[in-house]
Design a protein around this ligand. Sequence first.
Ligand code: HEC
Length: 121
Amino acid sequence: MLALIITTSAHAQEAAPQDTVAIGKKLTTNNCAVCHTFGKGEPNGQGPNLFGIVGRPLASETGFKYSAGMKAAAAGKVWDEKLLDAWLTDTQTVAPGNAMTYFEGDEARRRKIIAYLRTLH
Ligand code: HEC
């Protein structure tokens, strides 16, 4: 398993609100696309496709083999912004034993990433 901990920011300036989604898209491309796809119907990668993730039940992407930890944590839960924020901060607090090795410690960056994920519908 690839261990990826992102500590650097390419463009660290605080964004104007209208730029939030655009910057979130860029952050997502740079930090998540190595493992995830985002377009409707795109194939799963090392991680599941994330189209429509906000409002989607945990561990529900067809054809993706989720870890036991992820499946155990799902229990009828749905991804909302609060849960996604907790997930990106430390996935192990949401689903102990899950297989995603990514953490985003910067609250402002998480907010932008989640703003972009919200547009994927
Ligand atoms: C090194 C590969 C990798 C990177 C980088 C990565 N992920 Fe993941 N992600 C995974 C894997 C693998 C899973 C499935 C975990 C499991 O089954 O335990 C996952 C699961 C998820 C889930 C749960 C999906 C579901 O169907 O319930 C979300 C949400 C998610 N990732 C978002 C992100 C976001 C947003 C980023 C970038 C900020 C990111 N991931 C970066 C590998 C990665």
